[in-house]
Design a protein around this ligand. Structure first.
Ligand SMILES: NC(=O)c1ccc[n+]([C@@H]2O[C@H](COP(=O)([O-])OP(=O)(O)OC[C@H]3O[C@@H](n4cnc5c(N)ncnc54)[C@H](O)[C@@H]3O)[C@@H](O)[C@H]2O)c1
Length: 393
């Protein structure tokens, strides 16, 4: 269903349908920071030494917007006709950055057209649909990739290295704090799209963040076995992009407890209604028998058991110990490229060389499953177990 193209320099050129490039993620992270950056550097070298480059086809609903983006970046191909793009064998990969609600129908079409799939998360709005997409892709023999960007953050890469080095001993628990204040939209415009706060439009912080927490937890600490979530709509009304007031119907904060394979307990607060008093917008505090770490997007600091102070609780005496001073900064020994781009490069490598790719639609379905279980837990006020998902069904 696809043909192999080469550019004027004789380098293989992979045609990528990019659907949703007018959006926040589609434009900035996937188009500009990843695909155009790769194109503008003349391509990438794969792990076997061959060179490939990329050629984007912009797809969207508004011709003028696509034409404007294409002109701004010297892109030759754009269209509002997704079906025609999918039918054209020059385009090998279908990449999806649409609003979540519009995703599964587009993915279905792309799988039926035999395209390789690369998509933002969440992959669908329900577990059944996410699993069906994974199964359809497996049955059609198409390779799939789902965005796992947080794993590529410098801070989380440092954390992975700490784990692999055995620094922690036995890991006991993880405390995550994610969030910042998203303005209501009346006296200052909101810095996130209004659909995020409407459940009927696919919004809510659980659907948005739990797919991330799922792959972060399963790739660093163990698969999630159960979840308990308290969800809240703290701000009941907001103002949209047109300045019109609307009622918020989706939770803007979720307080979750996750039990992981192997016994690690993770507790993650996700909130668009918190004012930041941390070093970074996301931080994970990991405690192990031999050491602890606090990592963010970029930074990572550690405290070894040999450098652990011995506090004694005494409410009658002001504590003058400087606890911050007990932590040592992990040095930045690597150059970390944009995380979205790093994952794109790995995916292209796996696609061209035909190697297994772990962050596939089944991994995406596990992310959707955690979000659904989080919502169910919040609704029913109880812990919800997560059964293992499989492609056989
Ligand atoms: N990986 C991450 O860190 C991350 C962060 C934010 C959002 N996301 C995900 O990325 C996706 C896009 O989010 P965003 O914040 O860029 O949203 P956005 O609203 O900025 O962009 C959405 C895009 O979808 C298009 N679109 C909207 N409604 C459509 C419809 N009915 N049919 C076809 N196209 C439609 C818009 O034109 C736009 O191009 C979401 O699924 C979201 O969950 C991922």
């Amino acid at each position: 269903m696809t043909t192999t193209n080469t550019n004027s320099s004789g380098v293989r050129e992979i045609g990528i349908i990019m659907n949703g490039v007018s959006g926040r993620m589609g434009y900035r992270q996937h188009l500009v920071r990843s695909i155009l950056a790769i194109r503008d550097e003349g391509g990438i070298e794969l792990s076997d030494g061959t060179k490939v480059t990329v050629r984007p086809l912009l797809v969207g609903r508004t011709e003028s917007k696509l034409a404007e983006i294409a002109k701004r970046h010297g892109i030759e191909d754009w269209t509002t006709d997704l079906d025609a793009a999918l039918a054209d064998p020059r385009w090998e990969i279908y990449a999806d950055f649409l609003v979540t609600k519009a995703r599964s129908s587009a993915l279905r079409k792309a799988i039926a057209a035999g395209k390789t799939i690369y998509t933002e998360k969440p992959t669908a709005e329900s577990v059944e649909e996410a699993l069906e997409l994974a199964r359809l892709a497996a049955a059609a023999g198409v390779k799939t990739g789902v965005v796992h960007d947080k794993l590529y953050l410098p801070g989380l890469r440092k954390l992975k290295r700490l784990i692999d080095s055995g620094f922690f001993g036995r890991i006991l628990s993880v405390r995550g704090e994610f969030g910042y204040w998203v303005f209501e939209g009346d006296w200052q415009p909101a810095q996130r799209p209004s659909w995020n706060y409407r459940v009927e439009d696919g919004g809510g912080i659980i659907v948005d963040m739990f797919p991330h927490w799922n792959y972060v937890l399963e790739n660093l600490f163990g698969e999630v076995r159960s979840v308990y979530t308290q969800a809240s709509i703290h701000i009941p009304e907001r103002w949209d992009e047109q300045g019109d007031k609307y009622e918020t119907t989706a939770e803007d904060a979720a307080y979750g407890i996750f039990e992981l394979d192997g016994g690690v307990v993770a507790q993650i607060n996700s909130s668009w209604t918190v004012r930041v008093n941390r070093d970074e917008l996301v931080e994970f505090h990991v405690d192990g028998t031999h050491g602890s770490a606090v990592v963010g997007l970029f930074g990572a600091k550690i405290q070894h058991r040999n450098a652990t102070p011995k506090p004694v609780w005494n409410p009658d005496l002001a504590d003058t110990h400087d606890y911050d001073a007990d932590w040592a900064e992990v040095p930045t020994n690597d150059v970390f490229a944009n995380g979205f781009r790093q994952q794109w490069e790995e995916f292209l490598d796996s696609y061209v060389l035909g190697t297994d790719y772990p962050f596939d639609l089944l991994a995406g379905a596990r992310g959707v499953q955690l979000a659904a279980a989080g919502l169910q837990s919040a609704e029913e006020g109880r812990k919800v177990e997560l059964p293992e998902l499989s492609l056989e069904g």
